[in-house]
Ligand binder design. Structure first.
Ligand code: CAA
Length: 393
């Protein structure tokens, strides 16, 4: 029995910041961002958009009523959680009206956690082939104004429906993971923004890639030539390109190299415009590849490198199913283009707006453009959500 990803959905905030504008405001050469990081724009979330509204909107994009009646597990993977106790998945389950006899919970290990969630979903469907599991990778990446990481922020959510006999991609049971206890990026409970050893984190990313890849090759017997494309965790696309170049060895044909580099370019198309969405970024790369590459065909294998600071990494592969192209959208670029462009001053106000509650623990938020759901406020310390109607933006 094959198990895999049946459908993928994506949501990102309705606002963007152009990197050229940020460069000018910070007195940086714009080529540093466009060429040095391979970034053109970042998605910016207003206070009414959080990991829950983004996750529910990404799922709303793909789920049918039949799916909602069959889903028996909802997993939200995130490192920008809104509550230390209540799982974001419980809110999402409610917003989407999923049938009640489901397990809903949240998982964490920096940008790696969505990969762990997919593994758990696969085990569940293996035991219970009629089940459908909704995996959501949802994050808002915020480093702070003027910080070194400011250029690698972003926000967005990927929704993946895991089923038996998937129509999009099948798991191939070849996963190899690695854990190493390091301090490259972390966010203690008392801090709104992460602590980062930037240069060290990029070295750890690349070293985790090459060492996990060596072990993966040893255990699976696969070579780079077995893959039509390789997708990477994308904190910023340039780092992933460095990663791909480390895997491309001298023995590889020019034709294969060209295919891998061409497909890599398709895999970063969306992230270049959205920025880092932490645990969803690998899967945004996968979606971008599928929706933009022209030469992929059924049976092709796609390699994936997942990396979460701290650090856990994993390499595994997926196989494209027959008719996979019928599961894909064609309107994605148009909706990215429709995002409202913010000035740097507007971005600073919007992205870093703080929740100032009154003495009852309440506050209503101002109106901002949102996806399918909106955080309207907080009432006696309880988050209040509503569905966004068509004329509401
Ligand atoms: N024209 C073209 N390129 C230029 C340039 C110019 N005028 N000026 C600089 N560059 C290039 C630099 O040469 C460099 O490229 P190379 O690495 O290939 O040499 C690139 O632009 C970036 O320049 P710097 O290294 O000087 O940039 P920085 O000091 O601003 O730091 C960063 C970059 C470390 C990534 C920083 O943005 C950061 O700390 N980001 C957050 C941490 C992060 O994303 N780490 C990634 C691994 S950890 C992870 O993967 C988990 C996660 O999601 C966070």
């Amino acid at each position: 029995m094959m198990i895999g990803i049946d459908k993928m959905g994506f949501a990102t905030p309705k606002y963007q910041l152009k990197m050229a504008d940020l460069a000018q405001a910070r007195g940086v050469d714009p080529n540093k961002y466009s060429e040095g990081l391979l970034l053109d724009a970042l998605s910016i979330a207003p206070i009414t958009e959080d990991i829950i509204t983004l996750a529910a909107s990404a799922a709303q994009d793909i789920l049918t009523e039949e799916d909602k009646a069959a889903i028996d597990m909802v997993i939200v993977a995130t490192e920008s959680s809104v509550d230390q106790s209540k799982a974001a998945a419980v809110y999402v389950h409610s917003l989407l009206d999923i049938q009640p006899f489901a397990r809903s919970f949240e998982v964490k290990e920096a940008c790696y956690s969505a990969t762990a969630a997919l593994n758990y979903a696969k085990l569940h469907v293996e035991k219970s082939p009629q089940s459908r599991v909704l995996v959501l990778a949802s994050d808002i990446a915020k480093y702070g104004i003027g910080s070194a990481g400011e250029s690698t922020q972003g926000a967005g959510s990927l929704a993946m429906l895991i089923t038996s006999n998937p129509r999009l991609l099948a798991f191939q049971d070849d996963n190899v993971a690695q854990t190493r206890d390091i301090m490259d990026f972390w966010r203690p409970n008392y801090s709104e923004t992460p602590f980062v050893n930037g240069m060290y984190s990029t070295k750890q990313y690349l070293d985790s890639l090459t060492t996990t890849w060596a072990e993966y090759q040893k255990r699976s017997g696969k070579e780079l030539t077995d893959f039509a494309a390789f997708c990477f965790h994308l904190p910023f696309p340039k780092l992933a390109l460095k990663g791909l170049n480390k895997l491309i060895n001298k023995g590889i044909s020019e034709e294969k190299k060209e295919q891998l580099l061409d497909n890599f370019a398709h895999s970063i198309t969306y992230s270049k415009q959205v920025g880092n969405i932490y645990t969803g970024s690998l899967y945004l790369g996968l979606l971008s590849l599928l929706e933009n590459a022209k030469t992929l065909k059924a049976g092709d294998q796609i390699g994936l490198f997942s990396y979460g600071s701290g650090a856990v990494s994993e390499i595994f592969s997926l196989k494209l199913m027959p008719d996979f192209d019928q599961q894909l959208q064609t309107q994605r670029q148009a909706s990215l283009d429709q995002r409202q462009t913010l000035t740097v001053a507007q971005y600073e106000t919007l992205f870093f707006e703080e929740t100032k509650l009154d003495e009852t623990g309440s506050r209503e938020f101002a109106h901002y453009a949102s996806n399918a759901f909106r955080l309207t406020g907080i009432k006696e310390h309880q988050r209040q959500y509503s569905k966004v109607s068509r004329n509401d933006n």
